[in-house]
Design a protein around this ligand. Sequence first.
Ligand code: SUG
Length: 448
Amino acid sequence: MKSFEVNFDGLVGPTHNYGGLSFGNVASQSNSQQASNPKEAALQGLEKMKALMDMGFVQGVLAPQERPDVGALRSLGFIGSDAQVIQRAAKQAMPLLVASCSASSMWVANAATVSPGADTADGRVHFTAANLNCKFHRSIEHPTTSRVLGAMFADPQHFAHHGALPAVAQFGDEGAANHTRFCRDYGQPGVEFFVYGRSAFDSRYPAPQKYPARQTLEASQAVARLHGLSEEGVVFAQQNPDVIDQGVFHNDVIAVGNGELLFHHQDAFLNTEQMLAELHAKLAARGGNFQSISVPRDQVAVEDAVRSYLFNSQLLSRADGSMLLIVPEECRSNPRVWQYLQGLTAAGGPIREVKVFDLKQSMQNGGGPACLRLRVALNETELAAVNPGVIMTPALYDTLTRWVNKHYRDALRESDLADPQLLLECRTALDELTQILKLGAVYPFQIN
Ligand code: SUG
């Protein structure tokens, strides 16, 4: 049976703005308070989805969330009508209003961790929504994420959904941004690679000093248990705490894997040799030939990786077995990174081509090509069970482009977030979107 890796991209929501909300994420902090352009952000994302579809990849779309999140503000004590809740928050606690308006659900690599049916004990595709416990504005995503994923992957015969882990920092879980899967073929049992930033229960593990480690070992282990993964099919590895302190807030800012290949920076991990040997042995036991490309620090410094998002790229397998790397424009404007990439594709290794996309609106908040997609490996039967409304087609691309042009603003500043009209605009847009994507009622305003 044929199998695929389907990329579900997050559609950027109408409140996309630069709130400076993510301590430890250099781009989010440095672009705080700049005016954003939600319309351009959503169109840039749609362009990438269309380009992948046109190249022959199966591409899906994941809906944004209802923002401002009036329910989150109510839970913090703001009362009155929806408009009064927003106005009171704007007056008394602007940072909370900004957090409740974030369009951060666009970075769907953080929506959930996904294990394909070939790896799990019951043969179903398992999803665990990420609690995103490290930042308030992201911790409010998982209830809607679960409803949206449930509406996309509804058939219990093929899909199993787990709620987010307990909402404490000890189980901080950031989803697929710290998870990669290696395999010979998407439909065959693979090796799932979980990368954590610290241990919450064992003080012998080192931890970063300056910025938070968002993913804990214990959270990764819990997800592996929930998904029914076998010991032979998992590898846990620790991120180098020093790179977290340089702005590598998720492993997907310093490494990306696909098929049998791990593409990573020399300084990405702790105990790298041992980790690579374990990956090699475990993949070999599953019939695969693990390979890695380590990018030396004297060619690309960690700072260059963080600024260019070289590793926040999509590594895609083409029909002829070679790989394509989808990188953001910022890689082309960094001379060292661009030179490295030229050498990489000329070297005749597995990565043969680099394609560049303009994702500046998302990049300015620390979200590159890999952040914007959730990978779900599916066989033909499972793909046929996915809600067809969320699979990208030329017609859906046209409809979504028209929908964005009709509903989205082309400039948003912090002061605009207090405008109660924005809430109405967003709800009108999202109500229409659930019909376009055939999701049913998934948003709080539709179900309360
Ligand atoms: O969680 N930025 C996101 C970026 C997430 C990127 N995802 C991956 N690397 N997979 C974050 O830090 C910034 C929001 C703001 O400042 O307005 C933000 O949430």
